[in-house]
Ligand binder design. Sequence first.
Ligand code: ZN
Length: 264
Amino acid sequence: MTYQGVLTKMQTEIGNTIQYYLVFEDSFLNMNQLLNKEIEFNFVGYECLNCHKKKKIFRQGFCYDCFYSSPAVGDWIMRPELSTAHLGIADRDLEYEQKVQLQPHVVYLAVASEIKVGVTRKTQVPTRWIDQGASQAIAIVEVPNRYLAGITEVALKSHYTDKTNWRKMLQQTTQVFDLVQEKAKLENLIPEEVREYFFSEKNDLYELNYPVLNYPTKVASLNLDKTPSFQGKLVGIKGQYLIFENGSVFNIRSSEGYVVTINV
Ligand SMILES: [Zn+2]
């Protein structure tokens, strides 16, 4: 079978084992069913996820012009503490920013390589954690807007990383941590104005299991710019990565906006 379409991050469904779907305009692929099978990817072209023109992808699935003009990729996305919609101040488009920023956000601890701190919209729990390949995660606070989540993350960054080491995540050299105990230790580190939102009693610990048959001992990252055509036997899916038998890994998320054909 051949599928063709624009890559966007895989849709996921939590369960005993997480289910992954590649969704195209008029078809979709349940990736779990392709485990232990050969898959071939071929680069066809580009399609910006914002303007849908066939322009080269610059970052995050967007062409250069869209990346620097769309409100969906303002600086406050990566740095939530820069959010200003709660003050009525626009970055690129106040109406859009109010819609996204002025909604419940969660600050969490997650373990993908080591313990990291992060921010997500509440509606993105547990999707955000699955996308990062976290094996465990726990919410620390739930706040009414992105700004408050951002300043909490900044305060915790001096104690925890905010990055995932993707090599370690894919090799599962992850240690096991006690996130409930870790969370209990950090109440005093949270900014004054956020402390009322701290989950002092609530411990909603998520454990996430990925469809991985074997973890690679050495990983080599594939990308469609350097390798426009590749194939391999799929042995695992974790985060937004496909893991092949020979240790090659392909990050679907960083290939958003690339048009491919997939032979299975
Ligand atoms: Zn565009």
